[in-house]
Design a protein around this ligand. Structure first.
Ligand SMILES: [Zn+2]
Length: 479
């Protein structure tokens, strides 16, 4: 039901508006936010400059309008219907704004790029969320019979947040993040991106920094946009390797023979586990007795005792310890094999191979907030929106270079403003012909959005348009 029950990105926004679209909450936010360098990162004035000079409306409009090519065109059995080039596909898209003092406005929609621009500049949203494309412009949702207002398509989205790693990350917790724990996000992007491309055949995938402590993924292929809620759930569950909640002691259960996609993920993740999880410079899983105690609790008692005794003496590196652990588990496994044959399959202890997969996945495999993926109605923060708590822009992340991405170098509104000032000071009169985007780091991120996402998307749209024209021509000739 596309009414009041729709959800928004958790953590960033706990408020859900009623059917009227507007509700308010007591103001809690201070006027300005400072970044690490103690200079202003976010304020209503900086936001005004950002929306007036830096937000890439044109690129966002081109993306979300899909050149008015809906994901599901009439199939080849039916008569192909020409899609009106002037169709208002973009205008049926829901946007929601969180404006000053946490007033949350749903069911915003805009006829075109110009109106989008005007309304953003008029309302100065502190947060912009994007929802589904509906049967009619969302602002008219109350003017029709219940049931007539339905979501028709929506990108397949994923939300990965560092707070879901709190039971394994040792450096920070809650909203706090650092470069050490950011590696969980790097690992998640690498595994998900390959899985979505190789196992599902998706091509048009956009990764975005959420502005604070996570990443978002938007899959814009036709097949993804046309997915039902059930289909979305199935894709999310496919990646649901790490199960459950904090109270669950064992979060990963791998059965053998292992699925090829999990074997592939393991090959990516084990080296990263060795680099970022077990080391002292990483999460310290095998460099600190208090952490390795937790890991040793997952192995048989005699193995635990042997290794605990040995490791107390010191002298071995985390990588040595991992090797010893695997070796001891394999030794144990060989002994157990004979015994296990006599046991019922359900009673057999996990094999050393299973144990190894499970440990590595528990610490590295992507943890999705599946509810965000499952509903076409679920709102998700817009790329290039700004996180009001950090002042950072939700910039795209190139999955091919995700290891180089550092959330702490993502520009804040304050930094962007200073970049414009610096450019103008250095270049004097000639700056008038240069767009503000090109005076700042936004240039790099907007270019990347074009190169890694929009260009490919529009190549696909051109092919689809040509096919459609040919089909229409073929039908016309038949008569
Ligand atoms: Zn951390």
């Amino acid at each position: 039901m596309p009414t009041a029950a729709m959800e928004v990105d958790k953590g960033d926004q706990e408020m859900v508006a009623g059917a009227s679209g507007v509700e308010s909450k007591a103001p809690v936010r201070s006027k300005g936010v400072s970044a690490d360098d103690d200079r202003e990162a976010f304020s209503p004035d900086l936001l005004r400059i950002y929306y007036a000079r830096l937000f890439p409306y044109e690129q966002m409009y081109r993306w979300l309008g899909y050149s008015n090519m809906p994901a599901s065109l009439p199939d080849s059995s039916g008569k192909p219907q020409p899609v009106d080039e002037q169709a208002d596909f973009f205008s049926k898209r829901e946007f929601s704004f969180t404006i000053e003092d946490d007033v949350y406005i749903r069911y915003q929609c805009f006829a075109d790029q110009k109106e989008f621009e005007q309304q953003v500049q008029r309302k100065q949203p502190h947060k912009i969320d994007i929802g589904a494309i509906f049967t009619l412009p969302p602002k008219n949702h109350l003017a029709v019979k219940p049931g007539a207002f339905q979501p028709v398509e929506r990108e397949l989205v994923f939300d990965i947040d560092l707070t879901d790693y709190d039971d394994v990350r040792t450096c920070c917790s809650g909203a706090k993040i650092c470069n050490r724990c950011w590696s969980y996000m790097t690992m998640a992007v690498e595994v998900m991106d390959v899985g979505l491309r190789q196992d599902f055949g998706f091509k048009h995938i956009l990764w975005v920094y959420s502005g604070r402590r996570g990443v978002h993924c938007w899959v814009a292929d036709d097949a993804a946009r046309a997915l039902t809620n059930e289909g979305r759930g199935a894709v999310a569950d496919y990646f649901g390797v790490v199960a459950g909640n904090d109270n669950q002691s064992k979060k990963v259960n791998v059965s053998l023979p292992i699925h090829p996609s999990l074997r592939r993920a393991y090959e990516t993740l084990e080296p990263l586990f060795l680099e970022h999880i077990i080391t002292e410079e990483g999460q310290g899983l095998l460099s600190d007795p208090s952490h390795w105690g937790k890991l040793l609790a997952t192995v048989p008692e005699d193995v635990r005792q042997t290794l605990e005794g040995r490791w107390k003496m010191g002298g071995s590196s985390p990588a040595d310890k991992w090797e010893e652990l695997v070796e001891e588990m394999e030794k144990k496994g060989r002994k157990q094999q004979q015994l296990a044959k006599k046991m019922k399959p359900a009673d057999r202890p996990p094999t050393p191979e299973q144990w190894r997969y499970e440990v590595v996945f528990e610490h590295t495999y992507p943890r999705l907030d599946v509810n965000v993926s499952k509903g076409r109605n679920h709102l998700l923060k817009s790329p290039f929106a700004v996180h009001p708590k950090t002042g950072r822009v939700c910039v795209p992340i190139d999955p091919a270079h995700v290891r180089e991405f550092d959330p702490f170098t993502v520009p804040t509104l304050g930094q962007l403003q200073r970049q414009i000032d610096k450019y103008d000071k250095e270049h004097g009169e000639e700056t008038k012909s240069v767009s503000s985007i090109n005076k700042t780091e936004m240039k790099k991120y907007v270019q990347q959005f074009e190169d890694t996402f929009l260009t490919g998307l529009y190549k696909g749209i051109r092919v689809k348009k040509r096919d459609r024209t040919e089909r229409i021509a073929a039908v016309t000739t038949d008569f």
